[in-house]
Design a protein around this ligand. Structure first.
Ligand SMILES: [Zn+2]
Ligand SMILES: [Zn+2]
Length: 367
């Protein structure tokens, strides 16, 4: 079938909107009519070239839609099901899955990072040349063929634009709080970075019963958003020493738990310094592969601080996508506010520009 899709043909070039050929789903695959796809920094890393990937590629990994058709052997998912797409599907039987860590499953990492389906081939073509699928999803498109393992069936009474955000930012942020950090009622937390993931951390911290949520950013609009999301204190890091202020706001000790969501080494260090002795620093943001971060060994040992890496919120997506949407439907997780703007697919370059300028909590392309 012919579909309209966003296409990256070379790094540091605007995204093109093209008509591509999409093959039908093969065994174990699912054809999804995409209804919404969030605009995330990980896609921007493809555009900037920071993430190396076979080209041309269709980006988009924060998607939700309605199942249109299924390939042979797919029994768990049916046409008409509403699904949120999972960019780190798990197999259920490897070393990590058996230890309750499906977010670390390595069974499908090879094909997924090569931009192909699990059988090693792509389903997309442009001018008779193969086109690759980012995260095996390629969700900035009217339709996507995806491995069945990426599909999480959800309730059909929530807007798919809201559901899409659960596919990346919300699970990453809320999961970091509930699962990676295990924030306790009454904890004081600090969040470095207030984009879609940082705001989700703030929502998660409220859910966990944190008494104080300190939000740190350099963009005034984002700090304003953070307040609306429930931050009790905000720090403009362009004007003040964030670490010193976090300590000052927490009786001189530092926060029980800090979250760093940008992946910038200096902020990761700041997150560790802003944690109290015995506290936790949780690193959520994806750093560039070649970057490294310097920490004080003396501080870690003498002050018994713990640094925790959190990937996809340490979540179990099959369990947590429906769980988070149940919380949303029950009014416990206000995800509506996360969507600042919706865009049509042809406006995708403007959507990324708004994200980089810090103008939006989350932008979502809707179909
Ligand atoms: Zn993402
Ligand atoms: Zn596995």
């Amino acid at each position: 079938m012919k579909i309209q899709a966003a296409l990256i043909t070379a790094p540091q070039q605007p995204i093109q909107i093209e008509m591509l050929e999409l093959d039908p789903p093969r065994a174990g695959e699912v054809l999804v009519q995409i209804k919404a796809c969030g605009v995330c920094h990980s896609d921007y890393h493809l555009i900037s070239g920071a993430t190396k990937h076979p080209l041309p590629v269709v980006p988009g990994h924060e998607g939700a839609g309605i199942v249109e058709a299924v390939g042979d052997g797919v029994t768990r998912i049916q046409p008409g099901d509403h699904v949120v797409l999972n960019w780190a599907p798990s197999c259920g039987h490897c070393f990590y899955c058996l230890r309750g860590k499906p977010n670390l499953c390595d069974t499908f990492v090879g094909p997924i990072w090569n931009g192909v389906m699990l059988d090693g081939t792509p389903r997309l073509r442009w001018n008779d040349q193969p086109v690759y699928h980012f995260s095996a999803l390629a969700a900035f498109a009217e339709y996507a063929v995806v491995p069945q393992e990426t599909c999480v069936v959800i309730r059909n009474d929530v807007l798919l634009s809201v559901a899409a955000l659960v596919g990346c930012a919300v699970t990453t942020g809320v999961g970091a709080v509930l699962y990676s950090a295990q924030v306790q009622a009454g904890d004081r937390v600090a969040v470095f970075g207030c984009g879609g993931v940082g705001l989700s951390v703030i929502l998660g911290a409220q859910l966990a019963g944190a008494q104080q949520i300190i939000a740190i950013d350099r963009v005034p609009q984002k700090l304003e958003l953070a307040k609306q999301f429930g931050a009790t204190d905000v720090i403009d890091a362009s004007k003040a020493d964030a670490v010193a202020l976090v300590r000052q706001l927490t009786a001189g000790r530092g926060a029980d738990v800090t979250f760093e969501v940008t992946g910038v080494p200096q902020l990761q260090t700041a997150g560790v310094e802003a944690a109290r002795p015995g506290g936790k620093a949780v690193w959520v943001g994806l750093s560039a592969m070649e970057s490294s971060t310097s920490l004080s060994g003396a501080q870690l040992v003498r002050q018994e601080k713990t640094v925790i890496g959190s990937y996809y919120g340490s979540a179990h997506t099959a369990r947590d996508f429906p769980f988070l949407l149940d919380l949303y439907a029950a009014g416990k997780l206000n995800l509506d506010r996360l969507i600042s703007r919706t865009y049509r697919l042809v406006e995708i370059n403007a959507a990324f520009e708004a994200m980089l300028n810090g103008e939006v909590a989350r932008g979502v392309v809707t179909f």
